[in-house]
Design a protein around this ligand. Sequence first.
Ligand code: FES
Ligand code: FE2
Length: 449
Amino acid sequence: MKSYLAVRKSRNSLSKMPSNYDSTFIHSLVRPDSVHGSVYTDPVLFEMEIDLIFRRSWIYIGHVSQVPSAGDYVTATLLGQPVVVVRQEKGDIRVLHNRCPHRGARVVAGKAGTAKRFSCMYHGWTFRNDGSLLAIPCRDNYAGTEVANNSGQFGMSPVRSAEYRGFIFVNLSDTGPDLETFLGDARRALDNMTDRSPDSELEVAGGRYRAVYDNNWKIYLENLHDGMHPPFVHGSSVDASRQVAANNSAGVDHFRLNVIQANGQSLEDMKELEVSCYAHGHSDMRGFRNPDDEDDPMLQAYWSAHAEKHGEQASAEILNTNLHNVSLYPATSAHPRFLQVRVITPLAVNQTAIDIQVLRWKGAPEELHHRNIQYANTVHSLSSMIKPDDLEAYQRIQEGLASSGDSSVSQHSKFTDGDNDRAPDSALSERYIRNQYRAWLEYMCGDAA
Ligand code: FES
Ligand SMILES: [Fe+2]
């Protein structure tokens, strides 16, 4: 019998793609120092990106702390597909397509729970929590069919998954590099996030929120280490926060003011911030916010709890590693210093969802966790003073790119012939964007390592 898997794979492999979108054409869109504007606006390229980039790379789906005990599960959506992340009896974690092999209903409802088995609400097919088929009502009706001879295919099928330091990633492709190879040296950000915990453990706490932006997904990623934009884009919010600070009114939240004012650093200061590039399009940036008050008793308690567990020297090394916005290209970003993970989901060529999850350092004061939530709300909330500035810029880029004027998009800052796209550079350089496009080309032309 013909394999349905093969049919599904061929449908996913761009059967609708116009034949002129071949490797030669794709390569013509990307120069070493600039790209063609259509990479942000062409719906055909967008569909290709979903199939060739997003369905072939590792994407963060959740943290082990969300499923601490056997049978614990959380549901999630991966590129529009429902999945369920479930802790097995032996302690390992599986990710399953949340789809019934009978007539296709989503099996597991709700956000989270604990279960040894999952039952489909439509006709009662039941599955063990590893996804294997356990029972079918009226089994005799299937005598002589491939359902009766079930050799595994009539279960909830697994999604390729792996974890690194408690961060669970999934990959819709069965081929390609394993998670650690994919992360490469960029995993230092995930290490630092975890090591900042006195107990070397994290847990998800503080909820998750989604923002939908009216711009192409790449515009978001290209802003994450952009040290050129804050004086221009965030000028008004920096001015306002300076006025509030100058008035020194009662009840002013100095942590939030400091977070906003960090955007007011000069371009000379931004130039000193190092951005590191890695294989597969990843990058990270040295942090430019340090709103810690050294006399704060809460922070002092945290620092001594950390030093006690890790030792003075290791503790200093970990806490002095101040990273801002790591990009794990294409779909995951994290902030190690303020402990959040974001998942980037492209919804359309000009629309992108960002899901933000805040975690907590086990063994650290609760107030520090509240501060991290405050950071997320101050910088990333759509009602904050900072994020709307960025969104205005993202949207104007998307609008400007609709113009049929000069179609080139410049990435020339600090470009030189023979540019080594992975050497560390400054936050005023567009090297990290050029590094993203090298990965883009590798994925889109089918030669990603
Ligand atoms: S669709 Fe699930 S049992 Fe019928
Ligand atoms: Fe910004």
